[in-house]
Design a protein around this ligand. Sequence first.
Ligand code: G6Q
Length: 551
Amino acid sequence: MNATVTPLTSRPAWQALETHARTMRDVHLRTLFAGDPARGQRLTAKGAGLLLDYSKNRVNDETLRLLARLADESGLRDRIDAMFRGDRINITEDRAVLHVALRAPRDAAIVLDGRNVVPDVHAVLDKMAGFAQRIRGGDWKGHTGQRIRNVINIGIGGSDLGPVMAYEALRHYSERGLTFRFVSNVDGIDLVEATRDLDPAETLFIVSSKTFTTLETMTNAQSARDWLLAGLGGDPRAVARHFVAVSTNDQKVSEFGIDTANMFGFWDWVGGRYSMDSAIGLSTMLAIGPDNFRALLEGFHQMDEHFRTAPFERNLPVLLGLLTVWYTSFFDAHTAAVLPYENYLKRFPAYLQQLTMESNGKSVTLDGGQVAYDTSPIYWGEPGTNGQHSFYQLIHQGTRLIPCDFIAFAHPLTPLGRHHDILLANAFAQSEALAFGKTLEQVQAEGVPAALAPHRVFAGNRPSNTILADRLTPQTLGALVALYEHSVFTQGAIWNINCFDQWGVELGKALAQRILPELEAPDDSALRHDSSTNNLIRWYRRSQQRGGTLP
Ligand code: G6Q
């Protein structure tokens, strides 16, 4: 793949979009809908069991044509092919990016460095399935012979957010006789709260870490080991029955004391934030069982195939990605809200924050230049209807443009009276209100006093997508996650950035490693930071009655 392409802002489609955007800025969604009675049906697309209604976006056919042209001029097709082919598109780490291989069917072939990686993927899946069956069936016993009833995943970032989100999202399908908890923060309270009411004899820890060197995870794993041994009489042989590892690093796993027979592997071509469908999903498989996990993978795969083969104008991730570029680059939108009308998806926005912002929060192009345009918006969100009673005010009447993704399902997993009708009525009402608003004339016609009328006006013209599916199943969740993964990829291709590295997290990590011994040293004479940081360190040392100069 040739990383050197025409700079984005010099591409003809970009320049045409700049001109076009100036005319679109004054066009109201009311006008667009009035001018095309079929718009609501026409601007929809389907793929992998999802329906995307993108009609409430500030676009017309010309916009969509130009955005598709921009995708062509940006080499999106080649980039998609390069990823699926296993090219080393993560150029700063010289790695292939093959999360799509994690969900490839058993008979597929994806060859990397002369080796078909698909059988390796399925060997790990089979091993996970065997282990899951033993835990779920009570055949795997703890050190004292008791069955496992509690599973604690220890991991952070990509080794935590996906597992947490998937567990919450698929709780309906989970084995309720097992308790699942997730420990990520090095703040000791995370582990303390997760373990305080559990019996170590019935508790399994999954230490999930691609590198098996991450400070937070290793600190938590060590303290978990201490907790376990303290509760089980101190016999170190207990570790083998109560700890398993998910990692790419056999050596570090065995150094920690975990038998590599109880290790589930993955590969350097799986990025952390793209790993919830690898062995990092072991906790998910323990919760929902191997068949449901395979259905999750199937949903991912269906969206992969849709992304790889559907024409751009009907391609859900491409449309979603291009619309994000449209608002970010031509409407100066700084954020994007994700609003699931499905309580099980309450951790989905948090999951997406890492996926989107760690991937596309970049300011250097693939060829090392500075970008001359904004890249990833800030993603945020909460489930509806809760958000409606909180921040939606700003989306409706604030000064900022916030494109929204509404996510909803036809059927609830556990029907309860009229709840689902009320939930969906709210979802549809919000996107309608955002798009069409309420004019001053309408407000006045309602008899609102003149002084109040301006406060009651809704300008409208606030864009949104609505993503619909039949119900939240493992398959749907896989398709939904892959939809956003590939939307992120589409955005990155247009912006000509590397979605797959994360150097931005390195500096803080390195400085923390330097400060830690300074917090714990006998005196503070060696501090060489700026005066603020020195002062903060001294403040802390003083609070701990450690020696040194008082601030
Ligand atoms: C994700 C990032 C990052 C990573 C964590 C945990 O894409 O690389 O969030 O997942 O830092 O890393 P380990 O799995 O190596 O502990």
